[in-house]
Design a protein around this ligand. Structure first.
Ligand code: GAP
Length: 453
C-alpha cells in the first residue's frame, strides 16, 4: 500500500464526499428537502461497508471470545437511568451565542489567537454571550401526553443498557466476572457543532463493550483491551498503523464516570482526532444504579466467597467514524498511462464487493459462461456482476469502490474455459482455469490478510 499521494487535506474530504455520493456510499438525509444537518443516509455500498465493519467487530469482540455476550436494549430507557448515570447533570458542552449573527457555537471549538477573544466563524464578530452548559441529550415524550412526566431521552450511549441489565444477564447465562456485555446500535447527541462530514453526527451508531472485572484487576484489563482494540484496527480492518496512536486523557478532560481513559486517535486530514475511546468506568455506573433503583447489582464470587461491585473497562467506537476513517485511509490516486486513477485500497475484509464478475462485453455468447462464473462464486465471496459500459470504465468503477479482484470472461474463455483475474492494487492480470477460480481467489484474499464473506 502506497502512502497518501493526494495533496491538500481539505480536498481529500471533498473528493471522498463526492465519490461517496456518486458511487452510493453516503447520501445526505432528506436531501430533496434541503437535508438535515449532521444526519446521513447510507446507500447500497455504504450499507455493505457498515455491515462488514459491524460484523467484524462482533466477530472479534464477541464470537471469538468465551467471555463476552451480546445485548440489544431500547433507544428509549426509563428517564431515571439518565439521572443515575449522570447524563442529566453532566452530559453537557459549553455553548456561546454570537451577539452579532446569533449563531451558536461550542465554546471550546472556537479558535482564539494570542489571548484575544475568538472570532465567530460565521460573521467574524468577537462578541459572544456568557458561556452556558448545553445538555446534548435529545428529549421526546412517551405516549400521547406531552407533559414533563412523559419526558424521555434518546440514548446518547448504548452502555447504560448493559448496566441496567447486568443482573439479568448474569442470572440468565453462566458468565462470571470477568466477562463482558457488548451492544451495537444507534445513539443520539444534539451536538452543538457537528461537522467534518460524518465525523461528528447527531445520529450515529455505537459499538460498545462493557467488560466487568474485579476491582484491582482493572488496570491489567485496561491494558488488555487497549492492545486488543489497536490490533483490530490494524490487522482486521487494515488501517495503517502509522496513522494511529494512543492518547491518554488528561485529568481535566476525563468523562464524569472515568478513572482513566485513552483515545485511539487517527491522523485525519484535519489533524489527529478520536477514533475510539477506551475508559476505565470503575464501579461508577453500577453503584449509581444500585443507589437510584434500590436493586442489588453486586456480584458474588462463589470461589472466593467475596461480594463486590465490579469495575468496568469500556472500549467504545462509532461505526460512522470508523467508516469515514476506513474510506480516508484507503483512498488513493495515481497516474496510469497519463490518466488519473482513483481507488479505495480497501482491506478485503471490509470491501463491499470482494470480486467483480465482468463479461468483456454484453455479447450474448459470453453471458451463459459469465452467469455460470457468477453463480459459482456468489456463495463464497461478496460478488457483483456487471455487464454495462466498456470494460475499462467498469475496472475504474470497481477501483473506486474498492473491489480487490475482478474476473473477466472473454471470447477465449469459450474455447479454453479460463478467465482473467485482475488485481485492483497492482492491476496485474493472470489467466486462471474456471475450475481453479474459487481456490485462486480464496488464496489471494487470504494472502491479502482477509477472510471470505
Ligand atoms: N459510552 C462511552 C462513549 O459513548 P464517547 O467517547 O463519547 O464514549 C465513543 O464515544 C465513540 O463514539 C467515539 O470514539 C466516536 O468513535 C463515536 N462518537 C462519539 N460521538 C460521536 C458523534 N457525535 N458522531 C459520530 N461518532 C461519534
Amino acid at each position: 500500500m502506497t502512502d497518501r499521494t493526494i495533496a491538500e487535506p481539505t480536498r481529500l474530504v471533498e473528493t471522498l464526499t463526492s465519490l461517496a455520493k456518486r458511487r452510493g456510499f453516503i447520501f445526505q438525509s432528506s436531501e430533496i428537502y434541503g437535508g438535515v444537518n449532521a444526519i446521513y443516509d447510507f446507500g447500497p455500498l455504504g450499507v455493505a461497508l457498515r455491515r462488514n465493519i459491524r460484523d467484524l467487530w462482533w466477530r472479534h469482540v464477541v464470537e471469538l471470545r468465551h467471555d463476552v455476550v451480546g445485548l440489544e436494549s431500547g433507544i428509549i430507557m426509563h428517564p431515571r437511568v439518565w439521572e443515575a448515570s449522570g447524563h442529566v447533570q453532566s452530559f453537557t458542552d459549553p455553548l456561546v451565542e454570537c451577539k452579532s449573527c446569533h449563531q451558536r457555537w461550542r465554546a471550546d471549538h472556537l479558535a482564539a489567537e494570542d489571548g484575544a477573544n475568538p472570532t465567530c466563524p460565521n460573521c467574524g464578530s468577537r462578541e459572544f454571550s456568557e458561556e452556558r452548559q448545553f445538555n446534548l441529550m435529545f428529549k421526546t415524550h412517551l405516549g400521547p401526553v406531552e407533559d414533563s412526566g412523559a419526558e424521555v431521552f434518546l440514548r446518547p450511549e448504548t452502555a447504560q443498557g448493559m448496566f441496567v441489565q447486568f443482573q439479568n444477564v448474569l442470572n440468565s447465562t453462566r458468565k462470571r466476572v470477568p466477562f463482558g456485555i457488548a451492544q451495537q446500535g444507534k445513539a443520539y447527541r444534539n451536538e452543538i457543532s457537528p461537522g467534518n462530514y460524518i465525523f461528528r453526527l447527531r445520529e450515529f451508531e455505537l459499538q460498545e463493550l462493557e467488560f466487568f472485572v474485579k476491582p484491582g484487576t482493572d488496570d491489567d484489563w485496561f491494558d488488555h483491551w487497549k492492545a486488543e482494540r489497536m490490533r483490530w484496527w490494524t490487522d482486521v480492518l487494515g488501517v495503517r498503523a502509522a496513522r494511529l496512536r494512543f492518547r491518554p486523557h488528561g485529568e481535566d478532560e476525563l468523562a464524569h464516570y472515568a478513572k482513566g481513559a485513552v483515545d485511539i486517535e487517527y491522523e485525519y486530514p484535519f489533524g489527529w482526532s478520536e477514533l475510539e475511546g477506551i475508559a476505565n468506568r470503575t464501579d461508577y455506573d453500577l453503584s449509581r444504579h444500585i443507589e437510584y433503583s434500590g436493586r442489588d447489582l453486586s456480584f458474588f464470587d462463589e470461589e472466593t466467597k467475596e461480594r463486590y461491585v465490579p469495575y468496568v473497562i469500556e472500549p467504545a467506537m462509532g461505526i460512522d467514524r470508523c467508516m469515514f476513517t476506513v474510506m480516508l485511509d484507503a483512498y488513493d490516486e495515481e497516474e496510469v498511462r497519463g490518466e488519473k486513477r482513483a481507488l479505495l485500497r480497501f482491506h478485503p475484509n471490509v470491501a463491499p464487493v470482494q470480486v467483480a464478475v465482468l463479461p468483456l462485453s454484453k455479447n450474448e455468447k459470453l453471458l451463459p459462461t459469465s452467469r455460470e462464473v457468477e453463480e459459482m462464486l456468489r456463495p463464497h465471496f461478496r460478488i457483483e456482476y456487471d455487464e454495462t459500459q466498456s470494460i475499462g470504465r467498469r475496472y475504474r468503477r470497481h477501483d473506486e469502490i474498492g473491489t480487490p479482484f475482478a474476473v473477466t470472461i472473454d471470447f477465449d474463455t469459450l474455447e479454453d474455459r479460463a478467465v482473467t483475474i485482475r488485481e485492483r492494487d497492482s492491476m496485474a492480470q493472470e489467466r486462471v482455469p474456471i475450475a481453479e477460480l474459487e481456490g485462486a481467489l480464496s488464496k489471494r484474499l487470504h494472502d491479502a490478510g482477509g477472510s471470505t464473506l
